[in-house]
Ligand binder design. Sequence first.
Ligand code: 5GP
Length: 202
Amino acid sequence: MVQHLRVTYNDIHNLIRERTPQIVRDFNPDLLIAIGGGGFFPARVMRTFLREETGKKTMQIQAIGLSLYEPIEGTTAQQIGHEVIRTQWLGPECLKTLVGRRNLIVDEVDDTRKTLHYAISELWKDVEKELLSYPEEERAALRDATKFGVFVVHNKLKAKLAEIAADTPYFSGADVEDLWLDYPWEAINIDEHDRLAQSDRA
Ligand code: 5GP
């Protein structure tokens, strides 16, 4: 049986608070790209701490939807869990703004790493397409100035099925064992979830 670990909103909030100063120091993002649905809440919380840490104005959060585990309409049973499926992507105006900026991709958990690998490689393809609209002599400098970083609340310590390039800064709130994490936003009864999380701890 897969072991579960219940995580509370406060656990997540505090992990993000602890990691944000390092993210500002080492990456200093201009834009957050949340992978939905698990990355939405962490990205919103991170925005609070980025603002606190930098004093800069509220950062934009853009969203992409990727699904590896969830059965969604239109997918076959064979696709689920093997392929990353796009359910939502950045619009043309937003894709333009990735060029020359430091874009931090936010998700709740890095399990097999397939989703993060897919997100980074597809976003780079989009940046390459956008670069074609710039004069050729400007492209190399703009490509160099474009950065993607990754923040996940939890990174599972396990053999990964995909890689993230070494030049992509990677931050995790916590490295955890290979357990199934139960997130608070999936709970039907949040009081019961929090109570069980406390008793697990005890
Ligand atoms: P990966 O592509 O790294 O295998 O997994 C990405 C997605 O799988 C995550 O964004 C998340 O939606 C789901 N996932 C993986 N492990 C867990 C887990 O332990 N708990 C929950 N709730 N979702 C998970």
